[in-house]
Design a binder for this molecule. Structure first.
Ligand SMILES: Cc1cc2nc3c(=O)[nH]c(=O)nc-3n(C[C@H](O)[C@H](O)[C@H](O)COP(=O)(O)OP(=O)(O)OC[C@H]3O[C@@H](n4cnc5c(N)ncnc54)[C@H](O)[C@@H]3O)c2cc1C
Length: 337
């Protein structure tokens, strides 16, 4: 039996802590429950995992599905690697901890990213020099308009920087059920190329870090920089880091020589959105219940009682001011609904 809640508050289900309602809310705990919900109510109007990458600006009409499909299983293995399958409702950080405890490498840099396994491919989560795509093997999804199962291989997912097929053409079309990742065993060396991570390890005198040491280092850096959504409602980075043509960045650097940047391939250069926002004077600035965090300007915070519309209006002001000052358009990383 699937349990259906009417007029359910979504406040516990989004890390911004926005109070809004779902007309009908269903916890999907197995693929069979998803099929049943589909037969009974038709495709969901919205799918929520951990609600850590969404800004809800209105009540959700129709049926909202909460993905709670569990289970971690070990599949094909050889001396050097193992393929692990995880249900889409598994908490992402639980999967990372599971891997770290077993000394399986490849996702330790993604420790403490909030949310679920099923949402990880949606924006190809990334942090500290590693992205989901680096370990991704395949996923299984339910096509909502037809009720058919589909397998997506890496090339089908069209992963990009905080981007995939599921954020574009496939948006709202599929429920991701299960994700397979290849984790490394023998001969694996953690990726510590990211500067802040490398510096942290050197400062601690760690020169050949283990998987657990890298996870610990990333966790320590993250908790020192990012506000805990349990205390201050937020969804992490609100905007993506803009990627511009080399020439455009060179022109900006003439005016702003201290602007940080790093190569993004194909003659493109990435610049930190947080720096641009900070230069416009938004770091630590608050307007009513909404503001930019005092340590990380890229994180927009609900300091208590903000509506989704208020957060969105604030974000648009920040975006307009960066556009006016630098001529650079910021694209939200958060899914605004
Ligand atoms: C403090 C903080 C720090 C963060 N740091 C990072 C970071 O370092 N790197 C990073 O990449 N992200 C980061 N994020 C963003 C967020 O954690 C990730 O995007 C995460 O993958 C979202 O997972 P979720 O389950 O909460 O997804 P939700 O927010 O619930 O959903 C996100 C989108 O995916 C869709 N969706 C969710 N589950 C499914 C499914 N099973 N099938 C189909 N569609 C689905 C939703 O409809 C929605 O469009 C951070 C967020 C916070 C709050």
């Amino acid at each position: 039996m699937i349990a259906v809640q009417s007029s359910a508050s979504l406040r516990p289900y989004n890390t911004f802590g926005i109070e809004t309602f779902a007309e009908r809310l269903i916890h999907i705990r197995t693929p069979e429950e998803a099929q049943k919900a589909l037969e009974r109510f038709g495709p969901p109007s919205y799918i929520l995992g951990g609600g850590s990458n969404v800004l809800l600006t209105q009540p959700l009409e129709g049926t909202t599905w909460l993905t709670r499909i569990g289970g971690i299983a070990v599949g094909e293995a050889n001396e050097r690697s193992v393929v692990v399958a995880a249900g889409s409702g598994v908490v992402w950080n639980d999967l990372v901890q599971w891997a770290v405890q077993r000394q399986l490498g490849g996702i330790e840099n993604l420790v403490l990213i909030p949310g679920t396994v099923g949402a990880a491919p949606i924006q190809n989560i990334g942090a500290y020099g590693v992205e989901l795509k680096d370990a991704f093997v395949r996923l299984e999804a339910l096509h909502l308009p037809t009720g058919q199962y589909h397998v997506f291989w890496p090339e089908d997912c069209r992963f990009g920087y905080r981007d995939s097929f599921f954020k574009r053409e496939g948006r709202g079309q599929y429920l991701i059920l299960r994700v397979w990742l290849r984790l490394r065993k023998k001969g694996y060396r953690p990726n510590v190329a990211y500067r802040a991570l490398a510096n942290w390890l050197v400062e601690k005198g760690i020169h050949a870090p283990t998987i657990a040491q890298v996870a610990h280092a990333v966790a320590a850096i993250r908790t020192s920089k990012l506000p805990d959504p349990a205390m201050w409602g937020n969804a992490g980075s609100f905007f993506k880091n803009p990627i511009l043509l080399q020439e455009a960045v060179a022109a900006l650097k003439e005016q702003y020589p201290t602007m940080p940047s790093w190569p993004a391939g194909h003659s493109m250069v990435k610049i930190p959105a947080g720096w641009l926002i900070e230069q416009c004077g938004w770091k630590g600035r608050r307007e009513g219940p909404v503001g930019c965090h005092e340590r990380q300007a890229l994180v927009i915070v609900n300091y208590g009682g903000a509506t989704g519309a208020q957060v969105w209006a604030f974000a648009q002001k920040v975006r307009a001011s960066v556009q006016e000052h630098f001529g650079v358009e910021l694209e939200p990383e958060v899914q605004v609904w």
